[in-house]
Ligand binder design. Structure first.
Ligand SMILES: CC(C)(COP(=O)(O)OP(=O)(O)OC[C@H]1O[C@@H](n2cnc3c(N)ncnc32)[C@H](O)[C@@H]1OP(=O)(O)O)[C@@H](O)C(=O)NCCC(=O)NCCS
Length: 222
């Protein structure tokens, strides 16, 4: 298998979403966030959000392609912020859901995590130049073949060529990969799912997120 990395065009947003939903399917937060499952209104909402991110010059969508088959096996979305760039908007604590929010979706949980993410980025980087990896996803049938490492390496080369730090929120599944590539655990974020109306048992350890930062090349020892 030979993997090549390319920009992902807007026409391939549906494939991005298919991989995203498949990769996150085992995560304990998914049934809490989308109790009706992966419905057409969820696909439409996700596609709209990604379409809106495309024109922003700081946003980047890339894909890992198996050049033997042409199949897209992994995707990533990341942002490159220049010194002094505006931070995105912090959602208000009582912000209502968007008009196309999927029926039954847990807006309170989504808003909580969006606000937390904003604070983590702001707290680590402020207005300094940095990269944030929003998503790094390998289709489940292609995991553990080194494709995640290749995609990550591609993003890290972008950061290193600018000599800027990189931050991301890792799921437990990604921790080992990111540590191998120089990320350091900076903050563990747990959220009590019961605060968002969840009544069933869930694996809190599997649901945790870890904010990880990889310093700029010039800031590292050695
Ligand atoms: C986390 C994720 C991106 C990793 O992608 P991946 O392609 O499986 O990553 P890699 O193959 O490069 O590395 C994963 C493991 O496979 C191992 N591996 C790499 N190449 C291998 C090969 N040819 N054969 C066997 N194992 C291999 C690596 O050593 C690594 O092991 P470790 O995690 O125990 O250290 C992927 O599992 C995923 O999409 N998960 C769901 C979504 C998610 O949680 N994303 C991260 C947060 S956004």
């Amino acid at each position: 298998m030979h993997i090549t990395i390319h920009p992902l065009p807007p026409t391939e947003i549906p494939t991005f979403i298919t991989i995203e939903l498949a990769a996150f399917a085992p995560h304990p937060r998914i049934p809490m966030l989308w109790p009706r499952g992966y419905t057409p209104d969820l696909h439409a909402y996700m596609a709209r959000v990604k379409r809106e991110a495309f024109p922003s010059p700081s946003n980047h969508f890339i894909k890992a392609v198996d050049s033997d088959t042409g199949e897209i096996v992994g995707v990533s979305q990341f942002e490159i912020k220049e010194e002094g760039d505006e931070a995105g908007e912090l959602l208000a604590e009582d912000a209502p859901p968007p008009g196309d929010w999927p029926e039954g979706g847990n807006w309170g949980m989504k808003r909580f995590f969006a606000r937390e993410s904003w604070r983590l980025v702001e707290g680590s980087f402020g207005r300094g130049a940095h990269v944030v990896i929003d998503l790094l996803l390998i289709h489940p049938t292609h995991q553990h073949r080194g494709i995640g490492s290749q995609l990550l390496q591609h993003v890290l080369e972008e950061a290193d060529s600018r000599n800027i730090p990189v931050g991301l929120e890792s799921t437990p599944a990604g921790l080992a990969l990111y540590k191998r590539h120089g990320f350091v655990e900076t903050r563990v974020i747990k959220a009590d799912m019961r605060a968002f109306g969840w009544r069933e048992e869930y694996d809190e350890e599997a649901a945790k997120r870890v904010w990880m930062v990889r310093d700029k090349v010039g800031g590292r020892e050695g």
